[in-house]
Design a protein around this ligand. Structure first.
Ligand SMILES: [Zn+2]
Ligand SMILES: [Zn+2]
Length: 458
């Protein structure tokens, strides 16, 4: 530990939660220069038009130089992405991917930190600093795991691992963060702080990799002032990003229901206690919770997605099992829905003469983007991609364990488009066996991450 180095701190210096302060900026996003109010907000005295013009020119030059270099290193990222894609590894098993990431970083002269977990890599990329003893730190995160999906694409770099596929784009995320690391080493002289690179394992499977990483002391050793991450989205066109402050992704809980009755001959249902009929009523009843418990302005989902029971047309089974998911955007509604689910499942079963057990497995919390950091990132995106390529995102009912980082460090998570406007109609969706993101996004995503880190310290 370096005593004069404030980006790596002792646990006592780094008590959680961090204050939600915005530390970026002598000057900020381009859009804010447009109004006198915006300008006044970030300068002690109002800068003259010439000073603003100079800053704009400098930022445009930085963005342009990163874009050019990102295009030049695109073949590297393409090779990395395809190598990772051919060898997908499920959550907590990303040993090969971990080695690949480590080797690439070492090749850049970045020494990975001692491992926090069995898989995944955390590394500190040193910037030049701003000449003061107080260093600053920003974190960038990619996830590295794959899904239990059998790939059905026909391109030349399909998964070589049966039943495993990078169907959520984490191969793209990993390659883009490695590309960003390469760019940042090359722009180190302009990097006025340090960058924490987090290659996180096990995003796809609860409890996820983020929480164990934090519990293993990530934010006791490192105190980033902000954290940023991005996720491929085929519903957004390649070349564009979408982001929004506040509630961005849902809290997720898994539902497991076992309906236990008394089996019998299907011709004599009065002598049985039919769990099939009860299961049908339970499915109908729990759907009503969203419309009658959740306020109309609060997003919520309850879906029963699997049902199993019986195996003959003339036999009433004794048991039916179901599973599903619940998605919410705030903790009080989440708790209320859980309570009502238990009452509804038990009450409906009881009314139909059977017994039902509900198990709720708690998943990730809602992902809440910090408003100030989202404004920062939106400005960087506009500067790097152009205003026409940055749009407001709707809240999404998918879940992401990036949520855990945001409970500790202000930051934001955005969608990076990998589609062509028709992707979803063709089955090119996240988690599909035919997910096939536009690889040209690799250069853009890496460049944007690098620009975000550089820009954060300005
Ligand atoms: Zn996923
Ligand atoms: Zn994902």
């Amino acid at each position: 530990m370096l005593s004069d180095d404030s980006s790596v701190r002792s646990a006592t210096d780094c008590a959680l939660p961090y204050p939600q302060t915005v530390v970026a900026g002598g000057y900020r996003a381009t859009k804010k220069y447009a109004t006198a109010a915006g300008v006044c907000g970030f300068f002690v005295s109002v800068p003259d038009a010439g000073a603003i013009e100079n800053i704009m020119v400098m930022l445009a030059s930085l963005a342009s130089r990163i874009q050019s270099r990102a295009e030049e290193i695109y073949p590297d990222m393409l090779a990395l992405r395809r190598e990772i894609h051919r060898h997908p590894e499920l959550s907590y098993e990303e040993f090969r991917t971990t080695l690949l990431v480590r080797d690439y970083l070492v090749g850049l002269g970045i020494e990975p930190e001692p491992p926090f977990l069995e898989t995944g890599v955390v590394a500190l990329l040193r910037g030049k600093g701003d000449g003061t003893r107080k260093r600053r730190l920003v974190a960038l995160r990619a996830d590295i795991d794959a899904l239990p999906v059998s790939e059905e694409n026909s391109h030349g770099f399909c998964s070589l691992e049966p039943g495993k596929m990078h169907a959520c784009g984490h191969d793209m995320h990993t390659a883009m963060l490695l590309g960003a690391a390469k760019l940042l080493t090359e722009f180190r002289d302009e990097l006025q702080g340090d960058v924490l690179l987090i290659f996180q394992p096990a995003e796809e499977k609860a409890p996820g990799g983020a929480r164990p990483l934090i519990e293993a002391g990530l934010f006791e050793r490192f105190c980033p002032q902000a954290i940023f991450g991005q996720h491929c989205f085929p519903s957004v066109e390649a070349g564009k990003v979408a982001l929004s402050g506040g509630s961005f992704m849902a809290a997720t809980d898994e539902l497991y229901i076992a309906v236990n009755g008394r089996g019998g001959h299907a011709s004599a249902p009065h002598k049985a206690a039919d769990p099939v009929l009860a299961a049908a009523h339970i499915i109908t009843a729990v759907q009503h919770l969203v419309s009658r418990v959740a306020p109309p302005h609060e997003p919520a989902v309850v879906s029963i997605a699997s049902i199993h029971g019986g195996n003959a047309p003339n036999v009433i089974p004794s048991t039916v099992t179901m599973s599903g998911t619940m998605r919410t955007m705030n903790e009080s509604l989440r708790a209320r829905l859980k309570e009502r689910l238990r009452e509804t499942v038990a009450g409906t079963a009881s009314a139909l003469g059977v017994n039902a057990e509900l198990e709720i497995r708690t998943g990730y919390p809602a992902l809440i983007n910090d408003h100030a950091m989202t404004d920062e990132a939106e400005g960087y995106c506009i500067e790097y991609l152009g205003k026409q390529n940055v749009k407001e995102s709707e809240p999404l009912m998918t879940a992401e364990d990036f949520a855990y980082y945001l409970q500790q460090v202000p930051g934001t998570f955005w969608q990076i488009g990998t589609g062509d406007g028709q992707a979803e109609q063709r089955g090119n969706t996240l988690h599909a066996s035919t997910f096939d993101p536009d690889e040209k996004v690799l250069a853009q995503g890496a460049g944007l991450l690098a620009y975000t880190a550089l820009r954060f310290f300005m």
